[in-house]
Design a protein around this ligand. Structure first.
Ligand code: NAI
Length: 244
């Protein structure tokens, strides 16, 4: 029960990594509120419907959580989207949408929970970045740029809020089997699927892609007291992807 009675907010908690983080935090005794565009998944945490890229929407969601729970101990910012493209093939509106959800959405979620954490003089924020925030992703120009921004945001926020007792860290997953990845695979032809699976094995020295619960266990560590001296760090959970 490493998070007993801790009030945890997870964005993107209706699917994939956010859903697994919510389950792992709950298993450790945390009381989890999800924020997502989509309704709650079966067995998932209660969801307050909100678009993280919309300031009013996020503020209302966090106000509702504070009205119910009166404090926020942990934020996991997992809501994100992923679209492929080089700088040449990514139209400006797609570029802007990726930044709106991945970067602005994370900024707005942090901005909404920080006043409560400042009042409490305690809090832990875990931002879900990506291996593509640590190294470049071929044909993922906009996505890589958003995830690189989150690594820098993590460090800046860690400095700004350390004296307030608030820690900020970033988990950078390699490829993980979630709807984000499986939906993308559905757009590929049979040969492309074989090539993509072979490439992923090579890219991840452990020889496979990750499972959502493997990301969630790192998030639980960073959310709770075991990591009390850890702030401003990036934890790659990527099967060795960025070790190469
Ligand atoms: P997913 O697509 O399974 O789940 C994302 C969730 O975020 C969904 O429930 C979706 O409704 C929600 N969401 C999207 N836009 C939103 C918005 N504007 N407002 C509120 N909620 C919104 O994706 P997955 O794989 O779980 O991704 C979670 C995070 O992990 C993302 O930030 C992603 O970039 C990151 N990541 C994922 C990897 C993977 O291979 N699956 C690898 C590295 C990072």
């Amino acid at each position: 029960m490493r998070l007993k009675n801790k009030i945890c907010v997870v964005t993107g908690a209706s699917s994939g990594i956010g859903l697994a983080c919510a389950a792992a935090l709950q298993n450790e005794g945390g009381l989890v509120f999800g924020i997502d565009l989509n309704p709650a998944a079966a067995g998932g945490p209660p969801i307050i419907r909100a678009d993280v890229s919309d300031e009013t929407s996020v503020e209302h969601a966090v106000a509702e959580i504070l009205a119910r729970a009166n404090r926020i101990d942990v934020l996991v910012a997992s809501a994100g989207i992923n679209l492929q493209g080089t700088v040449v093939t990514t139209p400006p509106d797609v570029w802007e949408r990726l930044f709106a959800v991945n970067v602005r959405g994370t900024y707005l979620a942090c901005r909404a929970v920080l006043p409560a954490m400042q009042r409490q003089k305690a809090g832990s924020i875990v931002i879900i970045g990506s291996n593509y925030g640590l190294v470049g992703g071929r044909n993922y120009a906009a996505y890589s740029a958003t995830k690189g921004a989150l690594v820098a945001l993590t460090k800046a926020m860690a400095l700004d809020h350390a004296a307030e007792g608030i820690r900020v860290n970033c988990v950078c997953p390699g490829t993980v089997e979630t709807p984000m990845v499986t939906e993308l695979m559905k757009t590929l032809g049979p040969d492309e699927i074989v090539a993509t699976n072979a490439r992923r094995k090579l890219q991840h020295p452990l020889g496979r892609i990750g499972q959502p619960h493997e990301i969630a266990s790192g998030v639980v560590y960073l959310a709770g007291e075991e990591s009390s001296f850890v702030t401003g760090t990036t934890l790659a959970i990527d099967g060795g992807f960025t070790a190469q």
